[in-house]
Design a protein around this ligand. Structure first.
Ligand code: NAI
Ligand code: MG
Length: 335
């Protein structure tokens, strides 16, 4: 079956890692077609807006996008393009796998294999109701959690566990202190968990979770949590297994899904051809899972692991002297 995906090359190192990623995907003969669309600074220069309607239309039509990082200009009036995309398509599930890789500078070269499922639309992170009093003394925001929002993200986590043969879901919360909001999330999670007797469930308070992740990350399988906690925990998990150059993320909704690297546009190394393409490649692997090509996704992940094991053409962030394209070539040769 042929799939058309929207490809957003993005800013900074974006075009470089996307070229590398598409090079590898092309070697796999998956019958993918690409529809190019602009977003970010490059879209501002070409079309006078950061997120053109044509880009939204392309994603709405194809339902799947592979996206490089975007630079959101600093300053008043520019809200994050990534947040806009999540909101526009109601991409409520942010799915971030963290798995040990060989030959990275990480603390855990083995034993970590977990997925963080983060609610992506509500809670403190959504920025709702942000206000500072006129005298600058008092700042407030609204932390809104809904039953519907909690229900669908926890269900997503359990369904994901089932589909991928994972055994345990850890519900991360702070219901002991945030009794209303985190309390509603936890209560809803218990309701959903009761419908999945085949999956083990446990509950963990967020601060303890952070300690446990650093001390004994192998105890985790799937983590599900609210927006802000998920933002922090998933970066912590990326740090356990080798850092930003190896951390992919998916933003998934009912009608669209966007796959990306977790890192940003890395202006400090843009244009030098040394950016690590692995995070976006692993995002592409998540995309293949989503497109019901799990064997192809595994084939891609195995080629990445084999290349790391061989230390073949690794980029400087992994201690090598390879380039973005030579690293991609080494991965493609192991498919
Ligand atoms: P960053 O992730 O771009 O860079 C942080 C550090 O990690 C830099 O030293 C960079 O060189 C390094 N790095 C990142 N990706 C790498 C890769 N693939 N290979 C090797 N080294 C890599 O974060 P920063 O500097 O905070 O943000 C830069 C810009 O990116 C900002 O405009 C920010 O808004 C944007 N951004 C966009 C995101 C997205 O579109 N998903 C996510 C995060 C930031
Ligand atoms: Mg983050």
């Amino acid at each position: 079956m042929t799939h058309t995906i929207t490809v957003i090359r993005g800013d900074g190192i974006g075009p470089e890692i996307m070229a590398a990623t598409l090079h590898v995907l092309d070697q796999m003969n998956l019958g993918l077609r690409y529809e190019e669309a602009d977003a970010g600074l490059v879209a501002m220069e070409k079309h006078g807006e950061l997120l053109p309607q044509a880009t939204l239309d392309s994603i709405a039509k194809n339902k799947v996008a592979l996206k490089s990082p975007l630079t959101t200009p600093v300053g008043e009036g520019f809200s994050s393009i990534n947040v806009q995309l999540r909101r526009h398509f109601d991409l409520y599930a942010n799915v971030r796998p963290a798995k040990s890789f060989p030959n990275t500078q990480s603390r855990f070269a083995s034993g970590v294999d977990l997925i963080t499922v983060r609610e992506n639309t509500e809670g403190a992170y959504s920025g709702e109701g942000q206000q500072v009093s006129e005298d600058g003394e008092v700042a407030t925001l609204v932390q809104k959690i809904t039953h519907r929002g909690s229900e669908r993200i926890v269900r997503y986590a359990f369904e994901l566990a089932r589909k991928t043969g994972r055994k345990k879901v850890t519900v991360v919360h702070k219901a002991n202190i945030l009794k209303s909001t985190s309390g509603l999330f936890l209560k809803t999670a218990r309701e959903v968990a009761a419908q999945y007797p085949d999956i083990e469930v446990n509950e963990m308070i967020v601060d303890n979770t952070c300690m446990q992740l650093v001390m004994r990350p192998e105890q985790f399988d799937v983590i599900v949590t609210t927006n802000l906690f998920g933002d922090i925990i998933s970066d912590l998990c990326a740090g356990l297994v080798g850092g930003l150059g190896l951390a992919p993320g998916a933003n998934i909704g009912e009608n669209a899904a966007i796959f990306e690297a977790v890192h940003g546009s890395a202006p400090d190394i843009a244009g030098k051809g040394v950016a690590n393409p692995c995070a976006l490649l692993l995002g592409a692997a998540q995309m293949l899972d989503h497109l019901a090509m799990p064997q192809e996704a595994e084939r891609l992940r195995k080629a990445i692991v084999a290349t790391l094991e061989a230390r073949d053409q690794l980029t400087p962030d992994l201690g090598g002297t390879g380039s973005t394209m030579s690293f991609a070539g080494a991965i493609a040769s192991r498919l």
